[in-house]
Design a binder for this molecule. Structure first.
Ligand SMILES: Nc1ncnc2c1ncn2[C@@H]1O[C@H](COP(=O)(O)OP(=O)(O)O)[C@@H](O)[C@H]1O
Ligand SMILES: O=C(O)C1=C[C@@H](OP(=O)(O)O)[C@@H](O)[C@H](O)C1
Ligand SMILES: [Mg+2]
Length: 182
């Protein structure tokens, strides 16, 4: 079992379920939940969309790095990151060096498209060509999620609740789950 105060950090692409599953994991483990994007919105008082519009992606990324560093210094917290967190080298170093457990929520573009079809909150998905855009992001970013994570969970058709249960079971007894998978 992971130690009681260990942080759990979720990485993975947009629509992988980092925010939704992260909240449920925190509930089940009685840990605090924070989301890098939500914290940025709280601090700035504006939406991620507006930060992108005013400060462009570079401005958002600088804020995101500062927020990640701050949140990683907490204890006993489930931290949901944004899908682009791994694009910045400093963030990747922070994730590799943290004592927290970094979990990669894997997903496929077809599931992302379905889950995010009504989304208006994600600046990188505005406009046409979502599929192409998600495919390009996956190509560039998936190896980086692998690089920074300790363990990966594919979501596929498993519900967000099912994912949270699977992950909590793993955290309570990593060996048992490995045996079940054999
Ligand atoms: N495993 C899952 N199965 C089905 N829908 C999911 C799953 N995980 C997340 N979702 C849905 O996809 C949408 C995006 O999830 P979210 O948690 O915001 O993803 P992320 O934070 O990784 O971008 C939400 O509507 C959420 O309910
Ligand atoms: O993939 C990305 O670059 C982004 C993902 C978003 O978070 P989610 O992964 O929670 O959607 C959010 O941080 C921002 O829109 C940029
Ligand atoms: Mg999210």
């Amino acid at each position: 079992m992971t130690n009681n105060s260990q942080n759990i950090i979720l990485v993975g692409p947009m629509g992988a379920g980092k925010t939704t599953v992260g909240k449920q994991i925190a509930n089940q483990l009685k840990k605090r939940f924070v989301d890098v994007d939500h914290e940025l919105e709280k601090r700035t008082g504006v939406s991620i969309n507006l930060i992108f519009e005013i400060e462009k992606e570079a401005g958002f990324r600088a804020r995101e790095t500062a927020m990640l560093a701050e949140l990683l210094s907490c204890e006993n917290t489930v931290i949901a990151t944004g899908g682009g967190i791994i694009t910045n080298e400093q963030n990747r170093e922070l994730l590799k060096q943290t004592e927290g457990l970094v979990i990669y929520l894997k997903t496929e573009v077809k599931h992302q498209l379905k889950r995010l079809r009504r989304d208006k909150q994600r600046p990188l998905l505005q406009g046409e060509g979502r599929r192409e855009r998600l495919l390009n992001l996956a190509r560039a970013r998936n190896p980086l999620y692998e690089q920074v994570s300790d363990v990966a969970f594919p979501s596929g058709r498993t519900s967000s609740y099912g994912m949270a249960r699977k992950i909590v079971a793993y955290l309570k007894d990593p060996e048992k789950l490995k045996k079940n998978l054999k």
